[in-house]
Design a binder for this molecule. Structure first.
Ligand code: NAD
Length: 477
């Protein structure tokens, strides 16, 4: 099997150290990836730094044209790259294609948004002065991305950084580097100058340490667990390194008595089971008001029975494998813990026999508040449901978490909808909507779900510094 290469300073580089890439649906090796060392990370930052002056000097429109060309490449290779995503991540092919479509949209959004990184002219307060507020690129960016959406979460960093005028060194997750290699091929084919985008895989702690310590790396943008986010925050104290952090979630869902049942079930199905539940915005705690509780639980269980679980390469699958044995073990442990504490298991709950890390869609009802699946991020196709009575109680339950990435509300009552969304502590809220993420609106968390926002105009701002220029005029006017 050919070893996949790193993309460093415009060259394809293979290394003597490699690691296998596994298919979580079968356990088979589907690729071999080059692995560099910390010194090579430092070299990549040097090369990015060298590429910086020319890249930032380009008109924003020209940088945008490069991004459009990368998007064209991705679009043309959709079927092939979707297959790669499914092979190394496990998600069903249809969802992998959706991930590519969203990546293309992110690239095109930031290609255009680059042209709108306006500064401003501020009216002067004193005769003889003028004031400009300029936006400048922050400099070389170190980006670290996770395995659960291996392409789109990398693009969510790379596209705005490049658009803003910042070279990027990307480290993908070790489990899913192959689609990052395909993305690097798209960048290469789009003709970006060398050093502007680089792809490196090296031991994660070494990459983090080098990004933190190296003064040429001016910003770290990270998506992953809150645990690693905390390590980066601690490390950044030394050099006051700016960080954008997209961390863990534990999304609550509030289903009110006045919700439209059919619409709510479809919304919860997608919010819970898309990406096999391995989404940072996956519905983790489903709180249902007493008056609709029994009907909702019955309808959800019936709908879950229609979902197909299996190898994502086979047509018609809705739910794929979990990423690895640890992910499967955690999910099964959460189910057993909930049942031991009195929850009713209404669907799924047991790992499928044979190869691969499959847990069929699982529904637990009357889950007590102290069960692990109500306290932690399960990151699996496990729908944990509990009953509540009043609106105030529902809001308190939803906000009772250290996380605040996303939340979902289902109600047909406009007054209630507005009251509730105003009080929920979350960065993204789906109101009767199971898929709330879009290129043109900000995405990110409050509380321990992170710092900063991706996407929207805020996504570009994350890679821009604000500079005030105060001008004293000799005429004194
Ligand atoms: P993880 O934190 O283990 O890994 C994420 C990335 O960080 C990987 O590339 C990994 O190699 C790297 N990493 C690991 N240790 C590091 C270190 N010491 N220094 C620097 N980098 C290091 O997370 P994961 O298990 O791969 O991903 C799942 C988590 O990511 C979940 O908690 C999920 O909620 C979160 N997530 C958040 C978002 C969001 O937008 N907020 C999106 C997707 C996933």
């Amino acid at each position: 099997m050919q070893t996949s290469a790193l993309y460093l300073n415009g060259e394809w580089v293979t290394t003597s150290t490699t690691r296998p890439v596994l298919n979580p649906a079968t356990g088979e090796v589907v690729g071999t990836m080059s692995v560099a060392d910390r010194a090579r990370v430092a070299q990549a930052l040097d090369d990015a730094h060298a590429a910086y002056p020319a890249w930032r000097a380009l008109p924003a429109k020209s940088r945008g044209q490069y991004l459009h060309r990368i998007a064209d490449q991705l679009e043309q290779r959709t079927d092939e790259i979707a297959r790669l995503i499914t092979l190394e991540n496990g998600k069903p092919m249809g969802q992998a294609k959706g991930e590519i479509a969203m990546s293309v949209d992110h690239l095109r959004w930031f290609a255009e948004e680059a042209r709108r990184s306006y500064g401003r002219v501020v009216p002067h307060q004193v005769d003889g002065k003028r004031h400009l507020v300029l936006k400048s690129p922050i400099g070389v960016v170190g980006a670290i991305s996770p395995w659960n959406f291996p392409l789109v979460l990398a693009v969510r960093k790379v596209a705005p950084a490049l658009a803003a005028g910042c070279p990027v060194v990307l480290k993908p997750a070790a489990q899913t580097p192959l689609c990052a290699v395909a993305f690097a091929e798209c960048v290469h084919a789009a003709g970006l100058p060398k050093g502007v985008f680089q792809l490196i895989l090296a031991p994660a702690a070494d990459v983090g340490a080098e990004f933190l310590a190296n003064p040429k790396c001016r910003k770290i943008t990270f998506t992953g667990s809150t645990e690693v986010g905390r390590l980066l925050i601690a490390g950044a104290a030394e050099t006051v390194k700016p960080l954008s952090l997209e961390l863990g979630g534990q999304a609550p869902v509030l289903v009110f008595d006045d919700a439209d049942l059919a619409r709510t079930v479809e919304g919860v199905i997608i919010a819970k089971f898309r990406n096999t539940g391995q989404s940072c915005i996956a519905a983790n705690r489903i709180y249902v008001q007493a008056g609709i509780y029994d009907r909702f639980v019955a309808a959800l269980v019936e709908r879950v029975g229609q979902l197909k679980t299996g190898n994502g390469l086979e047509p018609g699958m809705d739910v794929g494998p979990l990423i690895d044995q640890a992910g499967l073990d955690k999910a099964v442990a959460h189910v057993r813990d909930a049942v031991a504490q009195g929850a009713r298991l209404l669907a799924g709950g047991e790992a499928l026999p044979g190869s691969g890390y499959f847990l069929p869609p699982t529904v637990l009802a009357e889950v007590p508040a102290h069960a692990l699946c109500m306290q932690e991020e399960t990151f699996a196709p496990v729908a944990a449901i509990a009953k509540f009575s009043t609106e105030a109680e529902g809001i308190a339950l939803a906000n009772g978490s250290i996380f605040g990435l996303s939340a979902y509300v289902f109600t047909e009552n406009l007054d209630r909808a507005l009251r509730v969304v105003e009080q929920l502590e979350a960065g993204t809220i789906g109101l009767n909507d199971g898929v709330p993420t879009t290129s043109n609106c900000p995405f990110g968390g409050v509380k321990q779900s992170g710092w900063g926002r991706e996407l929207g105009s805020e996504g570009l701002d994350a890679f821009l510094e604000t500079k005030h220029v105060s001008i004293s005029l000799s005429s004194g006017l």
